[in-house]
Design a protein. Sequence first.
Length: 337
Amino acid sequence: MLGIVLDRGPWDVRRTACVDATAWPTPLVSKYREASGLDGYTVGFLTAGGEHADRLTWGGLPKAVDSNEAREDGVGEYDADVTVSGFLRNEFSQFRQAGGKVVFVFGGAANQPIEATVSDVSAIVGLYTKAIKNYGMTHLEFDFEGGFLADSAAVDRHVAAIRQVLQAHPQLKVSYCPPGDAGSAAGLNTGGAALLGKVVLAGVIPSLVNIMAMSFSPGSPGSLVEASTAALDAVHAQFAKILPLWDPKKLWRRLGVTPMFGKGFTGETFTLDDMAKLRQWATERDLGCLSGWSADRDSLRERQGSDRPDPNGAVWDTGIGQDPFDFCKIIAGYKTA
């Protein structure tokens, strides 16, 4: 490791569900909490700003519209630049004042992380610094996947930037959310493992490695819950090689899992019973975080009048027989040590 080790301790948002803040209608975490009892949400996605690639924005958009406020005269429309935006800022602030926790997610499957489009590390640090101040951020999660993980220069820029950001913000905790697999190459893929290795080598110990357990290669166990736990076992083994002096319990406390609620991209279904089994498995290991994609799908908003298609081709809600927020309610019942 290089220099002073930056370890902010284990993750303290133990129960969460993902929220796409730019979905329509605009989700409100306070309403989700009222309906489900779940008090933590990972909210995204903060990415490079499309045509304005040097900006850090909500969903790569120039403008972000809050449907709860929207009117024809422009009320409810905000600059999407997260360094200055007021989009959902009051909602998040009030939610946290009431005891809730918000994790801000950078990256995602769509658009590009800011490190992919801005080559100056000091500029990247400046963007993160302004965003953190604007929204009062205390928890950051980096959802890096696909081509970004293969871009070693961009990954190096991220590692250099996040070390500086952490040094300047002692209140911050960081999480990484790479894809996990349970097939012949179980665990993190080459890019995900390389990212984690570089982060730790730079002296940054993530508070959480929260694997995406949504799509598995051939050779994975038959059920999605078995594939999810096999992927976690494999990532635990990889993490143990990076931090060989840590005992197994301490490592489990730094791992989390995010399955996809209901029908997934490949047609497989993660059921409510699967969620309950995964919660029990997590409880036995005192897993650092139990999460899922997504609270928006779990709200069943498609059945309540939304006709917006899912960009990935899946149904906009979970696609299974359930009541609103059944998955979130199971996660809300996750009891930790």
